[in-house]
Design a protein around this ligand. Structure first.
Ligand SMILES: [Zn+2]
Length: 156
């Protein structure tokens, strides 16, 4: 654990995303991770970030120095970080937007053809979410697999 820790920066307006709500700032302010040696960007996470899966260390492709990249494997992730990993700001915002549109439709008393609009809205809102969760599940499965392999080699 003597390797240097990666730099982490918030590119954006303000760090007080908790006050303003995570919807806007979550989308507009990506978190940038840099190599602590040469400052090469190795990862950009949308939103406040902090949570991504990995072995915890990596080698910089530019300067070839090893460093701690702030990643964790899924089995070692705290519950709150697991939640943030699956539901970051922009996913919460997306779900909120879908709910608001549903509400406004019911407020307008469905003057439009209900089934057509419903189908359209469902496809529009659900498809990206399904893709998102499929993508995240893939990452989690890979992380758990890596973790198990790692544990075995350490035990041996
Ligand atoms: Zn580097």
């Amino acid at each position: 654990m003597d390797k240097p820790l990666a730099f982490k920066e918030r590119e954006g307006l303000s760090p007080s995303f908790a006050v303003e709500g995570s919807l806007l700032t979550g989308v507009l302010c990506p978190t940038v991770y840099r190599c602590p040696n040469c400052r090469r960007i190795y990862k950009i996470v949308l939103g406040p970030g902090d949570v991504f899966l990995g072995e915890g260390e990596r080698e910089c492709p530019k300067c070839k120095k090893a460093f701690r990249d702030r990643s964790l494997e899924w089995p070692t992730l705290p519950t709150l970080d697991r939640f943030l990993f699956l539901f970051p700001g922009f996913v919460c915002g997306w779900i909120l937007l879908a709910l608001l549109i549903c509400l406004s439709f019911s407020w307008l008393e469905w003057t439009l053809t209900i089934t057509g609009v419903l189908m359209g809205a469902a496809i529009f809102f659900v498809t990206p979410l399904v893709a998102w969760f499929a993508y995240r599940s893939c990452q989690i499965v890979r992380s758990v697999h890596r973790f198990n392999l790692h544990g075995k080699t350490k035990a041996a």
